[in-house]
Design a binder for this molecule. Structure first.
Ligand code: CP3
Length: 345
């Protein structure tokens, strides 16, 4: 089958398909027994990410089980800081822990952007292995974290509600913060370029904490770095569609979109689909935005919210997804039911 016929790629090019293609953020993860089984074979989460044989298998697990239209590379947004020389650990039941970068000396000690590939080479090999086994109608999505979101982990050394440490850091050390954003921006372009060269067909930028910045800070550290990455990638790889996910941006979305040459805007569950026509002139399609908690709960609510999304998006190109990552407590039957609901419209 020719690439151009893949449903996800057709919608990313602006074609309206009903039913829409579907995939779910964090679709390979702990809610799947087959994931938990493979995960226990690896020493820790990072070893799983850097093991091409296991990581490619994990990527394909949700495709085999549910028949999604998109496969997302199994990796993590924190592999990039790890490849830059930051100490990164995923502590069981606690979350990621990093050696914080808060001084000029600590920043100087990091690697140059060209050196990240030494660590990230297994990720590119994972991509090649996935492609060898990917069903012909399924699209492979690569990804990275956007600079602000990755910077929040780098500066605080962990995930933090409200990203307070990083917001204070911007005010106290504006020059150093600019250097951090600039390094992350350039390294992200390097990383995504290699993912594309290895064979991913779409890239997605996760700006999960975009919503915590306001005004000029939002323009400078959310919109500008995303715009720079997208412009550079579009110049190098004009045929590769890009999805942006500035989670929590709410009322700032119209300004974000008008400053970016992006193919698809991924929406979180707090965005009303009634305002989507505001963005449509400048992008090809919308992705989203079922509440992950609704998928955990199931029942009639799952049906009604899914129908509402499908109805709101009936007249324009849409990729069905959640508004954020699938929760580990999600029952598999609810995912099966969701796929059935969508495919049977
Ligand atoms: O979507 C996919 O299936 C592809 C793989 C993927 C993972 N993380 C695997 C993962 C992707 C796209 C990510 C992105 C990611 N990672 C983001 C952006 C998206 C978002 O959710 O906002 C962020 C902020 C991270 C950082 C991260 N990784 C955190 C905060 C955690 C710990 C919390 C948690 O859910 O466990 C991780 C770990 C992680 N990344 C897991 C998976 C499957 C769970 C690890 C395990 O097996 O225990």
């Amino acid at each position: 089958m020719n690439n151009i016929r893949k449903p996800l790629l057709r919608v990313l090019e602006g074609e309206n398909l009903n039913p829409p293609p579907i995939w779910l953020m964090r679709q390979a993860g702990r809610y799947l027994p087959e994931y938990r089984a493979l995960r226990s074979q690896a020493k820790d989460f990072l070893s799983l990410c850097y093991n091409p044989e296991l990581a490619s298998e994990v990527t394909l697990q949700p495709i085999t089980r549910f028949g999604f239209d998109g496969a997302i590379l199994f990796a993590d947004i924190l592999l990039l800081p790890h490849a830059l020389g930051v100490d990164v650990k995923f502590v069981e039941n606690v979350g990621p822990r990093l050696s914080p970068i808060q001084t000029q000396e600590q920043l100087y000690r990091l690697k140059d952007k060209e050196e990240i590939h030494e660590t990230l080479n297994p990720v590119y090999e994972t991509i090649e292995r996935i492609l060898a086994k990917l069903p012909p109608q399924v699209t492979l999505i690569g990804f990275a974290g956007s600079p602000w979101t990755v910077a929040t982990y780098l500066i605080a050394g962990k995930g933090e509600t409200g990203q307070v440490t990083s917001k204070e850091f911007i005010v106290r050390n504006p020059e150093l913060f600019n250097q951090i954003i600039s390094l992350l921006t350039d390294a992200t372009i390097e990383y995504l370029s290699r993912q594309i060269e290895a064979g991913v067909e779409v890239v997605k930028l996760f700006d999960s904490w975009a919503g915590s910045l306001e005004g000029l800070y939002f323009d400078n550290y959310v919109t500008k770095p995303n715009a720079h990455i997208i412009t550079t990638l579009k110049h190098k790889f004009p045929h590769i569609p890009i999805i942006a996910f500035p989670k929590g941006s709410g009322m700032k979305l119209p300004s974000f979109v008008s400053n970016l040459n992006v193919d698809c805007l991924a929406l979180d569950q707090n965005v009303s689909l009634d305002i989507v026509d505001k963005f449509l002139p400048s992008i090809n399609c919308i992705q989203g935005n079922l509440n992950p908690q609704t998928l955990v709960s199931g029942k009639e609510r799952l049906e009604s919210e899914t129908q509402n999304i499908l109805k709101s998006c009936y007249n324009f190109p849409h990729i069905f997804n959640l508004g954020h990552g699938i929760l580990p407590t999600t029952p598999i039957q609810h995912v099966e039911k969701l796929v059935k609901l969508i495919r049977e419209i």
